[in-house]
Design a protein around this ligand. Structure first.
Ligand code: KIV
Ligand code: ZN
Length: 394
């Protein structure tokens, strides 16, 4: 349950993430990953879309039966068969949720669903009430909420609340909104919907303009207390808001985001890494928080700073997000300090003259070779000439 500053973290890696290209996961992989999400401390796992296939149903059902800790949710359209399948799938969980959605924008109603606004409101009332007969915890999402007519959006949210929805999600389905606009949207809807103080409002942002994380945090500033997100930001098209970035922003900028979560921060990196092993791509090296280079320093000036005091170029420690690898990377931009540091780590303490000589050979090597490995450094110590031994061991 959210308090005034406690945020509910709703992970949809296994649903919105999994439904995007290259992210398909098999049953055993989903189960393994759901256990990891529980270790990470997410509050809700959206385990799938039960009606989508037998495979999806089985995965949601198994996760509901075997993963303890988080609440387990399944997505459902405003259709009886979807809601019944979702209810059966999440039934074994100690805590469960049915997540019902319907589009609220005229574009989606006309072009995709071919129904009127009145029919949409009717469907929402019937579907949410039906979902409530199976679960006490029912979320309703206004798909394409950020491109909807504001008065109609408020009307739809009101109908869902009257029918018994306990969480209201206003998704930025196509990644179109901006932080200021999204914040204001939550403020307005909360103000205009009677009984909204008893409802948890939720963000759900896609990253088409690269603003999903900023928009999610702005939604929280507007009063939302649940954030829907995915590990590594995987999801439809450009992806969803990245859980690890939201978590790190809240932890690092607590002065601006005075909220708490149940997340175990040191599980961020292992969770990101596991996802990369399961799906067909890892995150880019420069990905915030969990990318291979997120804490790497190659230039001499930065290395010197970080070796003197990590705060010079690091706003959080690698250990705080569970990263334990090497962060001083030797390359052609590196300086003596970093070379000396690495040599010491490898067990070699050199005099100033020795270091100067090895550094000279190092710069020659770095001009010719993109990746310098520890074996190369050790070989430099023993190189008889200015032509050091070049190894290519990865
Ligand atoms: O992006 C979206 O609108 C969704 C809903 C189904 C919640 O994923
Ligand atoms: Zn989505």
């Amino acid at each position: 349950m959210a308090t005034d500053t406690q945020l509910v973290i709703f992970d949809t890696t296994l649903r919105d993430g999994e439904q995007s290209p290259g992210c398909t996961m098999h049953h055993a992989e989903k189960l393994r990953f759901a256990h990891q999400l529980a270790s990470l401390g997410v509050d809700i796992i959206e385990a799938g879309f039960a009606i989508a296939s037998h495979g999806d149903f089985n995965s949601v059902h198994t996760i509901a039966r075997e993963v303890s800790g988080p609440r387990i949710a399944s997505l459902a359209r405003c259709k009886r068969e979807d809601i019944e399948a979702a209810a059966r799938a999440v039934e074994p969980a100690a805590k469960n949720r049915i997540h019902v959605f319907l589009a609220s924008s005229d574009l989606h109603l006309e072009a995709k669903l071919k129904i009127t606004r009145a029919q949409a409101l009717d469907n929402v009332a019937t579907a949410v009430a039906l979902a409530r007969t199976f679960a006490d915890d029912v979320e309703f999402s206004t798909e394409d909420g950020t491109r909807s007519d504001l008065n109609f959006l408020v009307e739809m949210v009101n109908v869902a609340v009257q029918a018994g929805a306990t969480t209201i999600n206003i998704p930025d389905t196509v990644g179109y909104t901006t932080p200021a606009e999204y914040k204001q949207l939550f403020e307005t809807v909360r103000l205009r919907v009677p009984g909204s103080e008893k409802i948890i409002f939720s963000t759900h942002c896609h990253d088409d303009l690269g603003m999903a994380v900023a928009n999610s945090l702005a939604g929280v500033e507007g009063g939302a207390r649940q954030i829907e997100c995915t590990i590594n930001g995987i999801g439809e098209r450009a992806g969803n808001a990245a859980l690890e970035e939201i978590a790190a922003a809240i932890a690092t900028r607590h002065d601006r985001y005075p909220y708490t979560t149940n997340l175990v921060m040191t599980e961020l990196y292992p969770t990101s890494h596991m996802l990369g092993e399961i799906i067909s791509f890892t995150c880019p090296p420069n990905k915030a928080v969990v990318g291979k280079n997120a804490f790497a320093h190659e230039s001499g000036i930065h290395q010197h700073g970080v070796l003197s005091n990590p705060l010079t170029y690091e706003i959080m420690t690698p250990a705080s997000v569970g990263f334990s690898g090497q962060n001083i990377v030797l390359g052609k931009h590196s300086g003596r300090k970093a070379l000396e540091f690495r040599l010491k780590e490898l067990g070699h303490t050199l005099s100033t003259e020795e270091l100067n000589a090895v550094y000279h050979r190092f710069t020659e090597l770095a001009d010719r070779k993109k990746n310098i490995y520890d074996q190369d450094i050790v070989a430099l110590l023993h190189a008889p000439t200015t032509e050091p031994l070049v190894t290519n061991v990865p």
